[in-house]
Design a protein around this ligand. Structure first.
Ligand SMILES: Cc1cc2nc3c(=O)[nH]c(=O)nc-3n(C[C@H](O)[C@H](O)[C@H](O)COP(=O)(O)O)c2cc1C
Length: 151
């Protein structure tokens, strides 16, 4: 039996990302993830005061495939300072129809979640590295349910 697994990490973009660069990442990701039975969500947040982009991503699917994708993602020079926030087993995928969903987030999307409204600031990175953030899974799920609330 193939164990279902998820993980969530945050990272800093090597430079502010243009739309074209984000869609190149997404095209490749969706291609590979469809092949591997992986689903999830990628959030990009640009912080003007730091002139820096940040990623937050959830990957879920068969454990071996999720860990394999994460190995490739960790080796990718388009981002650095990758911090794993959460990982664990799953009964069912939470984003079953998203081979990799994408959201451009700003502080107002994140302020409900303790510790995340200043995602990208040095204070945020200190808390992330110390494991002092509230549930990353809850935050990621809010983007999924919001999608249907708008319909
Ligand atoms: C922020 C970010 C998110 C990514 N997400 C995925 C993903 O979900 N799945 C995936 O296969 N590759 C993802 N990639 C791309 C991988 O890093 C890698 O470039 C891709 O899997 C191709 O690997 P290959 O060149 O070894 O074939 C992501 C890259 C970045 C920078």
């Amino acid at each position: 039996m193939n164990l279902m697994y998820y993980l969530i990490y945050v990272s800093q973009a090597a430079k502010p990302m243009k739309e074209q660069e984000l869609s190149e990442i997404l095209m490749k990701s969706r291609d590979y993830n469809t092949r591997d039975g992986i689903t999830g969500l990628l959030i990009y947040k640009f912080t003007p005061s730091e002139n820096r982009g940040n990623f937050m991503q959830l990957l879920e699917g068969p454990k071996a495939h999720v860990l394999g994708a994460f190995d490739r993602i960790k080796a990718d020079k388009r981002h650095h300072t990758k911090v794993l926030l959460e990982q664990g087993e799953l009964e069912n995928q939470n984003f079953p129809d998203w081979s990799m969903g994408f959201r451009n987030a700003d502080s107002s999307d994140l302020e409900k979640f303790e510790g995340y409204s200043n995602l990208g600031s040095s204070e945020f990175w200190d808390r992330a590295k110390d494991g002092k953030l509230s549930s990353a899974l809850e935050l990621m799920l809010s983007f999924y349910t919001d999608e249907f609330a708008d319909d």
